[in-house]
Design a protein around this ligand. Structure first.
Ligand code: NAD
Ligand code: MG
Length: 390
């Protein structure tokens, strides 16, 4: 039996992971499940899959979780330290599906035990790619991509020589505002940005898809995961979202990864790797799809893609600055305090101010320095937002 933990079990990726694990009860033993405020769901899932421990991120909800699990023999815990301990519980495979920077410490803890980390939490790779990859290397642990584009790249690289890769192309649906005119984009609301044309995902990543900050994050994720140069990474708008990634090899061949809009494919691939097993994913019917279209992204509409290139060049703690600034700008947008396009101008301004600050870009990367860069970026977002909005 494979021992599995799911960090962020109550979210969109977490629920899809649980669905796969529950379909094959004889193959998996569930160790830890973590969640946030939805205690009822967390407890219900922990009971249904007979987990060893359930952890909520919120200290104040510990008693509620205890009450919900009373008499089941399942342990309850709460808070940031408990989340990291959940990641460190002996397991073979750990799903990292917490949203945001909070996923970094539990993911690192899992890697240190030598467990395989299935990584949906792209924020940790953007903020601390070298730390995450270095920790995996030292522990002899493996990180498997779960983001659909990166799972696609990973699959299209199987059996190939990394030196033969010329370019990697990741696709973007274009998000909710693909066809909106620029002057309307400025007034887009959080509710409008939180509906995705193709995928059913958490609120934050859905809004990031509309602004293309998600794709910007994925460019950096591609660099950190696969060790390619920034100039080898490209983005193409592909409204059908059926081709997730393409690899252009030096001999002119292009290997594309295709699949339906169902994250259980990428999750299942990471869960069963290195085998391919039957998954409850509908087969693609290309005759029905009819045509696939591609276009280059408009740099004026999506400034985040340009910012990602700057961050990839700078590396070091600038990834943490970028991620922290993006997360905080997104908080402000969701709260109705800043406009949709303002997320770009604020993040750009914070990157510019912090690049020279106290040599932040050159500091060695540890969990501590990364957390400080993240914190500083969030503070700068608050002051730049205030300045811009008078
Ligand atoms: P979600 O919002 O649906 O779920 C997030 C999970 O994290 C929940 O369990 C929530 O309780 C927990 N959480 C939230 N804040 C937390 C905190 N501060 N501390 C601890 N736990 C916290 O998000 P999602 O869409 O499932 O995305 C999860 C991760 O996977 C993100 O990094 C996202 O970018 C990535 N991802 C998601 C998809 C998708 O299809 N949903 C695709 C690719 C990558
Ligand atoms: Mg993706």
């Amino acid at each position: 039996m494979k021992r599995v933990s799911i960090l962020g079990a109550t979210g969109s990726i977490g629920q899809n992971t649980l669905d796969l694990v529950r379909r094959d009860r004889s193959a998996f033993q569930v160790v830890a499940l973590t969640g946030g405020r939805n205690i009822a769901k967390l407890a219900q899932d922990a009971i249904a899959c007979d987990a060893e421990i359930a952890v909520t991120a919120h200290d104040s909800l510990l008693e509620d979780l205890r009450a919900a699990l009373r008499g089941t023999g399942i342990e309850a815990a709460a808070g940031a330290t408990a989340l990291t301990e959940a990641g460190a519980r002996p397991a073979d495979w750990v799903m990292s599906a917490i949203v945001g920077f909070a996923g970094l410490a539990p993911g690192l803890a899992a890697l240190r035990t030598g467990a395989t980390l299935a990584l949906a939490n792209k924020e940790s790779l953007v903020a601390a790619g070298q730390l995450l990859m270095g920790t995996a290397r030292r522990a002899g642990a493996r990180i498997l991509p779960v983001d659909s584009e990166h799972s696609g790249i990973f699959q299209a690289l199987v059996g190939e020589d990394a030196a033969a890769v010329q370019r990697i192309i990741i696709t973007a649906s274009g998000g909710a505002f693909r066809d909106w005119p620029m002057d309307q984009l400025i007034h887009a609301t959080p509710a409008e940005a939180a509906t995705h044309p193709n995928w059913d995902m958490g609120q934050r990543i859905t809004i990031d898809s509309a602004s293309m900050f998600n794709k910007a994050m994925e460019m950096i994720e591609t660099r950190e995961f696969f060790g390619v140069r920034p100039d080898q990474i490209e983005v193409l708008i592909h409204p059908e979202s059926l081709v997730h990634a393409m690899i252009h090899y030096v001999d002119g061949a292009m290997m594309a990864h295709m699949g339906p809009h169902d994250m259980r494919h990428a999750i299942g691939y990471a869960l069963n790797w290195p085998e391919r097993r039957d998954l409850p994913v509908a087969p693609l019917d290309l005759a029905r799809v009819g045509q696939l279209t591609f276009e280059a992204p408009d740099p004026d509409r999506f400034p985040a893609l340009r910012l990602a290139r700057d961050v990839m060049e700078a590396r070091g703690l600038m990834g943490a600055v970028f991620n922290g600034a993006k997360e905080r700008a997104l908080d402000h947008f969701i709260a109705g305090k800043i406009g949709f396009m303002q997320m770009n101008t604020i993040v750009e301004e914070v990157l510019a101010r912090l690049e020279g600050h106290d040599k932040i870009a050159q500091r060695p990367m540890t969990l501590d320095t990364t957390a400080r860069a993240d914190h500083l970026a969030r503070m700068y977002v608050d002051s730049v937002a205030k300045e811009q909005n008078g």
